[in-house]
Ligand binder design. Structure first.
Ligand SMILES: Cc1cc2nc3c(=O)[nH]c(=O)nc-3n(C[C@H](O)[C@H](O)[C@H](O)COP(=O)(O)OP(=O)(O)OC[C@H]3O[C@@H](n4cnc5c(N)ncnc54)[C@H](O)[C@@H]3O)c2cc1C
Ligand code: SF4
Ligand code: SF4
Ligand code: SF4
Length: 469
């Protein structure tokens, strides 16, 4: 143990070589931040969305000190952002208030992943001059199975960014585009991306002024883009390629009834016969999940406010916030977030409904617990095996026997990517009508279990996890 700085005392990771070593050591989660914070543009993005050297390095070491793939000092970040209020190990991080919310504009609500809250608030702040722009993720036109970052300065840019892209998106490379501007800018990111930005902000207060509003997404794990790319190649008509991926195409029933939809270069479409949780559970077996398996943050603990889906069921086992337009669940963490959100609500652009924090937690309890307990187990094991692990200079949570059992069962599926033929076979089977039949049966059994009250069903974006009451 020790502080984040003592972790680097060994000088093992330094400057551009250090970043390339993070990648080689399997610690990079492809957030793109090192590219974005480098003051002289030394780094670019390679074909696999990892950083690569494209120019001379001036050896300032800023990239390494910001890199959250390499290390995150949760207690230090917590103390800096939430003095006296942060304790590592809670499931949701610091909470001021919790609510469900949806966009006031029907168009934005419809376009959003859940309630369209992120796109709506950004559009309002942009239109009222609160912000000059926002860092968001859009589909990468060169490789539709992955995302890229842009600084959205118009409503059109923002509408392009609505929706969840469950894929590698080194979007924080776009921080480079605002390095000389005063701001204020808002930033939307996954927990790991926010760690990198906050670490940069701790080094240089100008980054705090430039980015006064950080919106976090809840995150169980991300799909490596190679998985979707492989599925796209398998499903594309002969001679065609993937042109567009909608990870959550809503059907006529609206939220939460959506499926993965792929559009190919001839205009033809493939729609998954079942929802994202099921399809991602299949597609995620194709490529290793890598650094996501060592990530401890489920809720973007260091954001100003975090957003997810309201996966909350009522006593009958039905979704409590099942409205076709959709709702988002919101964890408000800072006074600034409270004030900025209130402004959008008062302008009639946001509908907010307070709910108790334990309701939000109950909705994703299994996912949140997994990110703390099972991740800690993995990290301890990797350490024992002498494998590189991220620098987390704080005691990690204990892992219950039940979590250990689940983790060991999970290993059997995680070896699949090591056998590419088996992975392709799995993918083919999972996407076939036979695979669909078995998956639908399993989904019905889960619904029955939820309705019978035997289980609390907690569904994250990538799968249901059940806990005995
Ligand atoms: C990889 C991933 C995993 C997630 N896991 C969970 C989960 O386990 N549980 C849960 O409740 N919610 C999860 N979410 C969040 C959820 O899918 C919705 O994004 C959230 O509810 C916000 O919905 P909205 O309608 O308010 O946002 P919208 O208005 O649709 O805006 C979405 C915003 O997300 C940004 N974005 C989309 N994809 C990415 C990406 N890959 N990287 C960075 N930014 C991106 C866009 O820039 C956009 O600004 C995840 C999201 C992602 C991208
Ligand atoms: S110039 Fe600084 S930030 Fe850029 S790669 Fe080199 S050490 Fe990293
Ligand atoms: S900052 Fe992000 S993209 Fe760069 S090496 Fe670290 S984890 Fe990878
Ligand atoms: S699981 Fe962690 S490392 Fe992976 S994408 Fe989500 S926040 Fe980033």
């Amino acid at each position: 143990m020790g502080t984040r700085e003592t972790y680097f005392a060994a000088d093992k990771y330094r400057n551009v070589e250090g970043i390339l070593r993070v990648v080689r050591d399997g610690l990079c989660h492809r957030c793109g931040a090192c590219i974005g914070v480098c003051p002289v543009g030394t780094l670019g993005i390679d074909d696999h969305a990892y950083p690569k050297q494209v120019d001379q390095c001036i050896e300032c070491n800023i990239c390494v000190r910001a890199c959250s793939g390499l290390a995150v000092d949760y207690p230090a970040l917590g103390e800096a952002l939430f003095p006296g209020r942060y304790q590592f190990g809670t499931l949701m991080g610091p909470v001021r208030a919790t609510c469900v919310a949806h966009a006031g504009e029907p168009e934005i609500r419809r376009m959003g992943a859940s309630g369209g809250v992120i796109t709506q608030v950004l559009a309002h702040w942009l239109e009222t001059g609160r912000i000059k722009g926002a860092l968001v993720a859009v589909e990468d036109p060169d490789e539709p199975s992955r995302g890229k970052g842009i600084i959205a300065r118009t409503r059109e840019d923002l509408l392009r960014s609505a929706q969840s892209r469950y894929c590698t998106a080194p979007s924080f490379s776009a921080l480079y585009d605002i390095r000389d501007e005063d701001g204020p800018f808002a930033v939307v990111g996954l927990p790991c991306q926010i760690h990198s930005l906050r670490q940069r902000q701790m080094m240089d207060p100008r980054w705090k002024q430039r980015v006064p509003m950080v919106i976090g997404l809840l995150c169980h794990y991300n799909l490596p883009f190679e998985s979707t790319q492989a599925a796209g190649r398998m499903l594309a008509p002969k001679g065609e390629r993937l042109a567009h991926v909608n990870f959550r195409q809503r059907d006529e029933r609206g939220w939460p009834h959506n499926t993965l939809e792929m559009t190919f270069t001839d205009g033809s479409k493939w729609r998954s016969p079942y929802g994202p949780a099921q399809i991602f559970n299949i597609v995620a077996r194709v490529s290793p999940l890598g650094r996501c398996l060592m990530c401890l943050d489920a809720t973007a603990e260091f954001s100003d406010f975090s957003i997810g889906d309201p996966w909350i069921r009522n006593e009958k086992g039905e979704w409590k916030y099942d409205e076709p337009g959709g709702w988002s669940s919101v964890i408000v963490r800072t006074a600034a977030a409270e004030e900025w959100l209130r402004e959008v609500e008062q302008a009639g652009k946001l509908v907010l409904k307070p709910i108790p924090p334990d309701e939000v937690e109950r909705g994703q309890h299994a996912m949140m617990t997994e990110k703390k307990q099972r991740t800690a187990f993995r990290i301890r094991l990797r350490k024992r095996l002498g494998r590189p692990v991220p620098g987390y200079p704080m005691p990690l949570p204990a892992t219950s026997a039940d979590m250990r059992r689940k983790e060991i069962a999970f290993w059997f599926t995680r070896v699949i990517p090591a056998f590419p033929r088996l992975a392709r076979l799995m993918l083919r089977l999972g996407l076939s009508p036979l695979g669909g039949y078995f998956i639908r049966r399993r989904m019905k059994a889960r619904q029955r279990a939820a309705a019978s009250g035997k289980h609390l069903v907690s569904t994250s974006d990538f799968g249901d996890a059940r806990e005995k009451k």
